[in-house]
Write a protein that binds this ligand. Sequence first.
Ligand SMILES: Cc1cc2nc3c(=O)[nH]c(=O)nc-3n(C[C@H](O)[C@H](O)[C@H](O)COP(=O)(O)OP(=O)(O)OC[C@H]3O[C@@H](n4cnc5c(N)ncnc54)[C@H](O)[C@@H]3O)c2cc1C
Ligand code: SF4
Length: 327
Amino acid sequence: MSLPQFKLFRPHTVEEAAGFLDKHAKNIRVIAGGTDLIPSMRQKLFEPEYVLDLRGVAAMRGIRPQTDGGVEIGASTTLRAIERSDYLLQRYSALPAAATTVASPVLRNMGTIGGNICLDTRCLWYNQSLTWRKGCGFCIKKDGDLCHVAPGGTKCWAAFSGDTPPALLCLNAEIEIASSVGVRRVTLQNFYTGLGDDYRKLRPNELVTRVFLPASSAGYSGIYRKLRVRGSIDYPLAGVAVVMKRSNGHVVDVRVGLTAVNPAPVLVKGANELMAGKAMTEALAEAVGDLAARTAKPLTTSALTPEYRREMIRVFTKRAVLAAAGN
Ligand SMILES: Cc1cc2nc3c(=O)[nH]c(=O)nc-3n(C[C@H](O)[C@H](O)[C@H](O)COP(=O)(O)OP(=O)(O)OC[C@H]3O[C@@H](n4cnc5c(N)ncnc54)[C@H](O)[C@@H]3O)c2cc1C
Ligand code: SF4
C-alpha cells in the first residue's frame, strides 16, 4: 500500500508549528514518531495535503522534574526514553510500566507519548485497506453511514487502544495544548470525548506540547496489566493500570484506569471508595475486579470476544491491585 502524496513541513519551534497548523488547519496532520499515522495513511484512512513533522522541535522532547515536585514530559519524548527513565521509575512507576508494553522496542524508539495520547481509536472494520473497507460499504467513522459493530445505531464505538493513557489518568496527568493564539492546559480526563469517531478535544489548529504529572501523584506503587494476542508487539485488547498508596498495611488512596474496552480510556469510579482504609485481601481485590468489569464496555471492535475481554479486565484488575499492594 503506497503513501498518498503530501507536502512535509519541518518546524523547529512550537510557534512555527502552530503557524503551519493555523494556515493549513483544514488539510494537515501532525506526525511525531509516525508509527500509527504512517500505516493509517497507507490504508488511506488519512490523506492530508500537508504533514507537520514535530521531530525538529527540540523543546517538545525531554523529561524535566519541576521545582514543585512534579514533572513535565515533552509530548515528543519517545516511549523508550520514558520506560528507561530512572526518575519516572522511582516516582511515577505506572507510566514506564505501561510504556514498556507498547508495541515492540523498535516502535518504542520512534513512538512518542504525545502520539500515544492522541492515538486514533481502533476497530476491525476501520483499520483496514481502502479496498477492504470499500468492499464492506465503509462505516460511520470514515466515508460511510452505518456501524457494523452496532448496526442500527448512529454512534461509532471504535476502541481507544493506547497503553499509557490509563496510567496517566491514574496519575492525574494534565496536558498542555498549543495553538497560534497561546496555550491551554487540560486534565487528561477531560481530553477524551467517549466518541469513537471524534475521540479527542483537539481543534485542527492545535497540538499537544507537554504532559504534566503532579507531585501529589509521586511515590504511588504502579502496575499495568495488558491482554494482547502477540506478547511481543500487539495493541491492547484490554488493559488495566493501578496506582496505590498504602500506610500501615492499609490502602490510603488508589486509582484504577482501563483501556481498549471503551472509546476512551477511563478511570473506574468508586474504586477508591471501595478500598480506602482497608487492608488488601483477595475478596477486596475481587470486588474491585467486579467494579472494573462493570465499567468496561467492550464490543466486537477488536480481536477476541467482548465477553472474554471483559472477564480479563476483572482478572487483571484483581491481580493488579494485589500486586500494587505487594501481595
Ligand atoms: C505493529 C504495531 C503495534 C502497535 N502496538 C501498540 C501497542 O501495543 N500499544 C499502543 O499504545 N500503541 C501501539 N501502536 C501504535 C503506536 O506505535 C503507539 O501508539 C505510539 O505511541 C504512537 O506514537 P507516534 O509518535 O508514533 O504517533 P504518530 O503515529 O506520529 O501519531 C499518532 C496520532 O497522534 C497525532 N499526534 C502525534 N503527536 C501529536 C501531538 N503532539 N499533538 C497532536 N497530535 C499528535 C497524529 O496526528 C496521529 O493522529 C502500535 C503500532 C504498530 C504499527
Ligand atoms: S465501531 Fe462501527 S462506526 Fe466505528 S469504526 Fe467500527 S464499524 Fe465503523
